[in-house]
Design a protein around this ligand. Structure first.
Ligand code: HEC
Length: 116
């Protein structure tokens, strides 16, 4: 009798634990997509300035706005992945961007080039 009770208690406890785990999985947060406003803008302001930022005196194509960045994203990714000695490399006359910074542009493209 004592053994049966112990077995039932253990099984009840195991059942509760199993259920708790299941609940957590079901309510897991949806992945957050990257956007121009939250992810890309700050990277451009930090790395493509002043040349591509008109308010900072840049006279190259403006990438301080969503529309231009979106339409040129393939060319932007192509150029930042070149080697600094290659013709067309960006950021011009600067060290190559880190992998994680390059990944911000790629992830934005993968997520669908969202503005906000
Ligand atoms: C020190 C100045 C400077 C910086 C910083 C710089 N660029 Fe440029 N960029 C230039 C110049 C000069 C050109 C024009 C010559 C050329 O096309 O290679 C240019 C052209 C470009 C073009 C082609 C634009 C067109 O008209 O088709 C792209 C794309 C570009 N840059 C991307 C970037 C990105 C992205 C960054 C930041 C990660 C960056 N650049 C940082 C100077 C700069």
């Amino acid at each position: 009798m004592k053994n049966t009770l112990t077995v039932i208690s253990i099984m009840t406890f195991a059942f509760l634990l199993y259920n708790c785990t299941g609940t957590k999985k079901a309510t897991a947060a949806a992945p957050v997509l990257s956007t121009w406003n939250s992810n890309v803008q700050t990277v451009i302001m930090a790395n493509c300035s002043p040349c591509h930022i008109p308010v900072k005196g840049g006279n190259k194509k403006a990438y301080d706005n969503y529309a231009n960045t979106k339409s040129d994203i393939d060319e932007i990714i192509r150029r930042i992945e070149l080697n600094p000695t290659d013709r067309g490399f960006m950021p011009f006359k600067h060290p190559k961007l880190s992998d994680s910074t390059i990944a911000v542009f790629k992830q934005w493209k993968t997520d669908g080039l969202i503005e906000n």
